[in-house]
Design a protein around this ligand. Structure first.
Ligand code: PLP
Length: 390
């Protein structure tokens, strides 16, 4: 495989709920959910069953034909997406869901320009990368797609100033994930909605990381009662199988005509069967409420840690999308936690990111907190005794 992933020295080969095992049988508490994918926990029995059943019936079916399971999935999806967002294009990844949104915005408005935020992450294909902020991802591939601009986050005025007669859309993550688990000020998304309505441009929410209950609401935009024109989804929605979804208001999606967008795997039956099961599990097990409840508990435990360890600068996030900003690089914390059987993510150099499955038990949160307490405490001691240089 191409050498583009920063590898951890771990070979994982089994998972169940919030636990994964390596090839030596060592158990790890997985607070990464495979970057937010295993939201229902690893190998949820209902996903396994749906995938096996569908594999015996029909695995692939090009979207040039109708398929019963795809129809069922689209209906279930329309049942959980915000009002009026009911027409979907199915693809295979988060970046693809963004590519479709960009094309849709240009096609619907007839205008080229997309405004996104400094600090945003929308993926690494050329269109999505053009909306992504970090120069370490962008610079090696210049020139990117033209007519993209970035404005400082959380300021309605900056967005307003950036809009021109060429602007098609504003694209934002309701809570920035890779950008450090940044929750916007309370009036930001509503304010964006108003500006977009005033100026007749599309509002696109990238809910690839925040969607499907992760933040304690089905979609993060519900925290601020703001409905976009187009929403991008991916990561957990097919229970762990690859998926991307661009969902839009009917009249907007209808501006894409036959042949103007497609992908071979769009809505393959096996992915849709997993997607149906994933929506059922999310609703039947009331996991969205569970994310809110467990998230409050986890956040309060993290705040207790902050009170104890002065190197924790801030605790941020909503539901089970949480982060802590440290005063130094978090890589060592991640590696030391891994040695103690707990997997965490980063979100930039100084932020530890927590995306545990929504089925995580309270006791497992306590375990993670104990590991953090010990590892951060050790690091703090070593740094104050001068073992580290920065
Ligand atoms: C908010 C957001 N948008 C888009 C993407 C890109 O998704 P993918 O890696 O599936 O292409 C990610 C991935 O982490 C993301 O967090």
């Amino acid at each position: 495989m191409a050498n583009v992933f920063a590898k951890k020295p771990l070979v994982l080969n089994k998972g169940k709920g919030a636990i994964v095992w390596d090839i030596n049988g060592k158990e790890y508490l997985d607070f990464t959910s495979s970057y937010g994918v295993a939201l229902l926990g690893h190998s949820h029995p209902k996903i396994v069953e749906a995938v096996c059943r569908q594999a015996e019936r029909l695995i692939s079916c090009h979207a040039g034909f109708y398929n019963d399971v795809r129809t069922e999935f689209l209906q279930k999806l329309a049942g959980i997406t915000p009002k009026d967002l009911e027409k979907s294009f199915l693809s295979n990844s988060g970046a693809e869901s963004i590519e479709c949104a960009i094309k849709l915005a240009r096609k619907f408005t007839g205008k080229p320009e997309i405004i996104s935020l400094m600090g945003a992450f929308h993926g690494k294909t050329m269109g999505a990368l053009s909306a992504t902020w970090d120069k370490k991802y962008r610079e090696p591939f210049l020139p990117l797609v033209p007519e993209f601009k970035h404005v400082p986050p959380d300021s309605i005025n900056k967005v307003r100033e950036a809009i021109t007669e060429k602007t098609a859309a504003v694209l934002v993550e309701p809570i920035r994930g890779e950008g450090g688990i940044r929750v916007p000020p309370d009036d930001f998304l509503q304010g964006l909605r108003e500006v977009c309505d005033e100026r007749n441009i599309l509002l696109i929410f990238d809910e690839v990381q925040t969607g499907f209950g992760r933040t304690g609401k089905m979609f993060a935009c519900e925290h601020w009662k703001t409905i976009p024109d187009v929403m991008c989804l991916a990561k957990p929605i097919a229970g762990g199988l690859p998926i991307g979804i661009t969902v839009a208001k009917d009249h907007i999606m209808s501006s894409l005509k036959v042949g103007q967008h497609s992908t071979t795997f769009s809505g393959s039956p096996i992915v849709c069967a997993a997607g149906c099961a994933a929506i059922d599990v999310l609703l039947e097990e009331k996991l969205v409420d569970r994310a809110a409840m467990l998230g409050n508990y986890f956040k309060s435990q993290l705040e207790d840690l902050q009170a104890k360890h002065r190197i924790i600068k801030e605790v941020r996030g909503l539901g089970l999308m949480l982060g802590i900003e440290l005063k130094f690089d978090v890589l060592n914390i991640i590696l030391k936690s891994m040695e103690r059987g707990t997997l965490f993510l980063d979100a930039g150099r100084t932020v530890l990111r927590f995306l545990p499955p929504l089925v995580t038990e309270k006791e497992q949160i306590n375990r993670a907190i104990n590991v953090l307490d010990e590892v951060i405490g050790n690091e703090e001691n070593e740094r104050s005794s001068g073992t580290f240089s920065n």
